[in-house]
Design a protein around this ligand. Structure first.
Ligand SMILES: Nc1ncnc2c1ncn2[C@@H]1O[C@H](COP(=O)(O)OP(=O)(O)OP(=O)(O)O)[C@@H](O)[C@H]1O
Length: 362
């Protein structure tokens, strides 16, 4: 439904040329919820703006459904209003001088040939019902709460009945609790309407909870594209592992590589370890070992010949206690249940399952 092929965007600035998007290629299936995730300045908004027709790419080709909306080689560029796309932005861009009804009706009133007033009323009523704003029709838009304004922006995007909807950080103005509620609501609504969504965010929780597929961007490029679970469990680089959630890293050397269904052996800064996820790393190769803090278990000292360390710091985080443990020649962070008795200075065994160890290139 959305095809972006080798997208290139260069901006000429006083400080020289900024190559904001470098060969981004994505293919989003009909009905899929696809998220571009990355730190500020990585080029995600620029990619979205190119798709919307708000930015002119330097190179590449973009299709929406069966329509080519941009092709730098052929000199094709379809204007924004002729693309089959709805948009929801961070600043909701609702009209403060209009009522809720008129805000939603606005995109329909702009259409040529003109849409019949009775049809407009019907479609607005439907859109408002979907986002649970029925009954607010005559209220001035600024007199809605942040969450309601966000839903109003969504109603305005869906009233066009476009098959593709673009979201640029639409939840970032909401407080934490409302943001968490709206995440799931928004995903459910998009799925119910069968829309194809391209969602831009720098918030890893949003990406992990909402998306069918996530593309992590860095410096204008996609560095990994996979399902949320795979991105989290099998990051392909230190950058992705540390951008998405917390991660422990240590230098290591492969002593015996995984073959078949067996486990491999590593020598690491934390001591000897086992791993079971097959990689291309060979015996003798230097690697970076990555382990999530929630996968580090702390067990009584001397247990089963586990590497032993000392708790040097602990921090209560509400749903868990984070401990910094000195082990081998390095430190590792572990997250334990608040009911587990842990004290600074305590000797402790550090247990990590082989399947929770990821190897990255050194
Ligand atoms: N109109 C412009 N002129 C010059 N440089 C620009 C322009 N728009 C974006 N850039 C630059 O292109 C790069 C990518 O910007 P972009 O807004 O796409 O990043 P982003 O990942 O969406 O970041 P954020 O989350 O902060 O919006 C940045 O270095 C930015 O400064």
């Amino acid at each position: 439904m959305i095809g972006i092929d080798d997208l290139q965007v260069r901006f000429n600035t006083e400080k020289g040329v900024v190559h904001a998007v470098r060969g981004v290629t994505i293919d989003v299936a009909a009905g899929e919820f696809y998220t571009l995730l990355g730190p500020s300045g990585c080029g995600k908004t620029t990619t979205l703006r190119c798709l919307a027709g708000l930015e002119r790419p330097t190179g590449g080709r973009i299709t929406v459904g069966n329509a080519v909306v941009h092709d730098s080689g052929l000199g094709v560029s379809v204007p924004t209003h002729k693309r089959d796309i709805g948009m929801v932005f961070q600043s909701y861009a609702i009209w403060p001088h209009l009522t809720v009804f008129e805000n939603v009706a606005f995109p329909l009133r702009e259409k040529r040939p003109k849409i019949d007033e009775a049809v407009i009323r019907d479609r607005v009523a439907n859109a408002l019902e979907l986002v649970q704003l029925s009954g607010y029709e005559s209220r001035p838009a600024p007199f809605l709460s942040g969450g309601q304004q966000q839903r109003l922006a969504l109603a305005r995007a869906i009233v066009r009945e476009a098959s593709v909807v673009l979201f640029d950080e639409p939840l970032s103005n909401l407080d934490a609790k409302l943001r968490a509620e709206t995440r799931l609501e928004l995903r459910k609504l998009v799925k119910r309407l069968g829309m194809t969504a391209l969602y831009v965010t720098h918030d890893q929780t949003e990406a992990l909870t909402m998306a069918d597929r996530v593309a992590v961007m860095r410096d204008g490029e996609i560095v990994q594209e996979a399902s949320p679970v795979e991105i989290y469990m099998r990051p392909n680089s230190r950058f992705v592992a540390s951008f998405i959630g917390q991660c422990n890293f240590a230098g290591g050397t492969v002593r015996r590589a995984v073959n078949g269904s067996g486990v491999g052996q590593l020598e690491t800064e934390w001591g000897p370890m086992q791993y079971s996820v097959a990689t291309e790393a060979e015996a003798g190769e230097d690697v970076t070992v990555a382990v999530r803090p929630e996968n580090v278990r702390l067990i009584g000292p001397g247990a089963d010949g586990l590497p032993e360390g000392e708790i040097v710091e602990k921090m209560f985080l509400g749903d868990c206690v984070e401990c910094r443990v000195s082990v081998g020649t390095a430190h590792i962070f572990a997250r334990v249940h608040p009911s587990q008795a842990v004290e600074v200075g305590q000797r402790i065994g550090v247990d990590i399952r082989p399947e929770d160890v990821a190897l990255l290139s050194a």
